[in-house]
Structures are given as structure tokens and as C-alpha cells.
Design a protein around this ligand. Structure first.
Ligand code: PMP
Ligand code: GLN
Length: 390
């Protein structure tokens, strides 16, 4: 017997455990419950986009593509930013293809932060933010969003900045709350960035999932922000192809090239045959984006009605795949315990949003449900959840 091996995992990752999404999907699989936990659609994206990937595979598009992404996809991303937001980008140097938004976020944090730098973000935060900030040896400074509006508290935002603040990491539309930051809130964030000479990294993966006639506004389109904002998005949500993991980062050449410096050592390149297919997808007509959005909005309303009927307090989302609900009207206040028991009690899996907070008291009674599911699945889940109120 040799000497005892010390715990192998770096201290930077100790405490992160297994992601809640994997944990809850495993719980759904082992109990046979309806999975409204992890956010993925239960129907695939457009047939023509899938065909384009098949064609690319059969056509020999199977070896390493260029590190920045194939020219056709970079051009399609630039054209998408112009078409929807009026943003002008040079596809050669201001656009980088990544392995999902997840890699873009990781590469951005690793590339832009020095050890000890601070990252201002909003809690509840997407779980990979905390882990990647830790991997970069940076510090997170979360600003708590509180229901029912999940509005930014201007004083809390101001207090989160310090001389060590390197960047603001902003996710709008926001997972898990479904919040779409208002114009005034975006301007407030932008004003801090400009005044304090801080960078912004935005996660806009739900950019096409905004409801009730709202419009998505990229932070980079606000005055003075184009030069200091790295914009991240992904094809996963927009085209219901979450397993393909084609994402991108766009913005000023210096920022994009810094991110590529990290990306080249993480994955080097991203999914060759999916790239021409997503280039095709980004050029789909407006009707695709409109009907996709309308379909998700109807699903949101369907699930919200079911949750309300089940006796939960619904916090209606303005965007994304998700709705959060407060379980206190059921006489309970521990969302984590509630989610662990939910498969047995009602045959449904949901995600406790407390795991996305540093301030555990703020998220304790809140639970997230995904509505990117077939209508009959939503209806069945709602019928099962109705058992909760007896
Ligand atoms: N950011 C947010 C807010 C998300 O919800 C997700 C998950 N879908 C991602 C990033 C990751 O996106 P991708 O699957 O493209 O890596
Ligand atoms: N983004 C999806 C969610 O929030 C899942 C992604 C993941 O499993 N990491 O549920």
C-alpha cells in the first residue's frame, strides 16, 4: 500500500459537486417522473437544419474546422447580429465560434480575469458562472434579484463594484427567473461599466425567447458599450438543438481574440458538420423565429396556469424556457426538499433555484420548472401537480 492519495479535485472546484441539471435529470430517469428540470426541448429543431448537418457529414465535413469557425458560419452570425440588432461586425476577427455558450463563458472568464479580479453578476446565477469564475481564480460579487419583479436594486449593484471589478457578467433573458432586464436596468449596468472602465460579458442564449411583444436588447447596443462588451450566444435554444453545442462570442477584435487565445487550448475547434447547418439555420426566414417564439409563449401560459391551479405562486417569466414559483402557499418553504420529494409526491422533477444563490435565504422557497415540452407533457405534469394541493 502506498501513501494515501490526497483528494484529487482542485480546491477551486471543491464544493461545486455535480450540476443540479445532471442530478435532477438522473432523478427523473430513476423515478420515471416527468422531467421539467433540465432545460431542453422534447422535440428536435427544424428538419432542414438537421438535413444540412447530415449532408455536411456525408459531404466530408468531418475533420478539424478552422479554430475561429468556418467562414460561412462566422458570416451568418455577423448577418444575424445585423438583421436583428443593427450590429455591424467583421466576420473576420470579431466573431468566434465556440462549443456552446458554455465554452464561450469559460474561455471569456479564463482569458479576461487575473487572479483575485472580481466579477459582478446577478443571482440567481447560471451554475457554470460560479464554477468558471472559480476556475479563473476570480471572485464573484452577486447582486440579488428578488421576486416578484427580480428587479435590480441600484444600491446593491453599486455596492458590488470595487477597484478589483474586472467585468460584469449579465444574462438576459435570465435563467432561471425568466426575467428580461428592462431598458432602464441595462442603462444602469452600462453606466457603471462606462464610469468604472469595466468590461461586460453578456449571455444572450435566450435572445429569441422573449414574450408578450417584448424585444431583446443586447447590452452592446447601448451608448459606449460596443467597445467594452463581449456578446455570447448559442444555437441550442433558438433552434431546439441543445446537444449540438454550437455557440459564439462576438465583439471588439481585442476581446474576441483574447477569448480565442483561451478557447484554442480548451477545445481547439468546435463540431465541424454542425457549423454549416447552423449557418443555414441563422438565415431562416422571420416566420421561423416568430412561430418558435409564439409556440413557447403558449407553452409558458399553459404551464403557468397548471402551476397556479396546483396552488403555487407563479412568478410569470418574460422570456426563456423557465418559470419560477414560490411554494409557500402550499405551506412549505424548503425548495430543495420539495424538489427531492416531488417525483414521489407528484411524479414530476423541477429544479430548486436556491442552488443558484449565494444568499440561500433569498432563494429558499423558489422552484424552477421548464416549459419547453410537448403540450401533452405539460398537461400531464399539471394534472399530477394538482395532487399537491390535495
Ligand atoms: N447560459 C445560460 C443562461 C443557459 O441557460 C445555458 C444552458 N442552456 C447556457 C448558457 C449554455 O448554453 P450551451 O448549451 O450553448 O452551452
Ligand atoms: N441550460 C439548461 C438549464 O438551465 C441546462 C444546461 C445544462 O444541463 N448544463 O436547465
Amino acid at each position: 500500500m502506498g501513501a494515501p492519495v490526497r483528494a484529487p479535485l482542485t480546491s477551486r472546484l471543491a464544493g461545486f459537486g455535480t450540476t443540479i441539471f445532471a442530478e435532477m435529470s438522473a432523478l427523473a430517469a430513476s423515478t420515471g417522473a416527468i422531467n421539467l428540470g433540465q432545460g431542453f426541448p422534447d422535440t428536435d429543431g427544424p428538419e432542414e437544419v438537421i438535413e444540412a448537418a447530415v449532408e455536411a457529414m456525408r459531404g466530408g465535413c468531418n475533420q478539424y474546422p478552422p479554430g475561429s469557425g468556418i467562414p460561412a458560419l462566422r458570416a451568418a452570425i455577423a448577418a444575424h447580429q445585423r438583421r436583428f440588432y443593427g450590429i455591424e461586425l467583421d466576420a473576420d476577427g470579431e466573431v468566434l465560434v465556440t462549443t456552446g455558450a458554455t465554452e464561450a463563458i469559460a474561455a471569456a472568464l479564463l482569458a479576461l480575469c487575473e487572479p483575485g479580479d472580481e466579477v459582478v453578476t446577478f443571482e440567481p446565477y447560471y451554475d457554470s458562472y460560479a464554477a468558471c469564475i472559480a476556475l479563473a481564480d476570480a471572485r464573484r460579487r452577486p447582486v440579488t434579484l428578488r421576486p416578484p419583479e427580480y428587479a435590480i436594486d441600484p444600491d446593491a449593484l453599486a455596492a458590488a463594484f470595487s477597484p478589483r471589478t474586472r467585468l460584469v457578467l449579465l444574462n438576459s433573458p435570465h435563467n432561471p427567473t425568466g426575467k428580461v432586464f428592462t431598458g432602464d436596468e441595462l442603462e444602469l449596468v452600462a453606466a457603471h461599466c462606462r464610469e468604472r472602465d469595466v468590461l461586460a460579458v453578456t449571455d444572450e442564449v435566450y435572445e429569441h425567447l422573449v414574450f408578450d411583444g417584448r424585444e431583446h436588447v443586447p447590452l452592446s447596443t447601448l451608448p459606449g458599450m460596443a467597445d467594452r462588451t463581449l456578446t455570447i450566444s448559442s444555437s441550442g435554444k433558438t433552434f431546439s438543438l441543445t446537444g449540438w453545442k454550437i455557440g459564439w462570442a462576438t465583439g471588439p477584435r481585442a476581446l474576441v481574440s483574447a477569448v480565442q487565445a483561451a478557447k484554442q487550448f480548451l477545445t481547439f475547434v468546435s463540431g465541424a458538420p454542425f457549423q454549416p447547418a447552423i449557418a443555414h439555420a441563422l438565415g431562416l426566414p422571420d416566420a421561423y423565429f416568430e412561430s418558435f417564439r409564439a409556440g413557447l409563449q403558449a407553452k409558458r401560459d399553459r404551464l403557468c396556469a397548471g402551476l397556479e391551479a396546483a396552488g403555487l405562486e407563479v412568478l410569470p417569466p418574460a422570456g426563456t424556457y423557465f418559470v419560477t414559483a414560490d411554494i409557500r402557499p402550499l405551506g412549505e418553504d424548503d425548495g430543495h426538499a420539495f424538489c427531492l420529494a416531488l417525483p414521489e409526491r407528484a411524479g414530476v422533477v423541477a429544479v430548486p433555484t436556491v442552488v443558484f444563490y449565494d444568499d440561500k435565504s433569498a432563494g429558499r422557497p423558489l422552484v424552477r420548472f421548464a416549459f419547453c415540452k410537448r403540450d401533452e407533457v405539460i398537461d400531464e405534469a399539471a394534472a399530477r401537480l394538482a395532487r399537491l394541493s390535495g
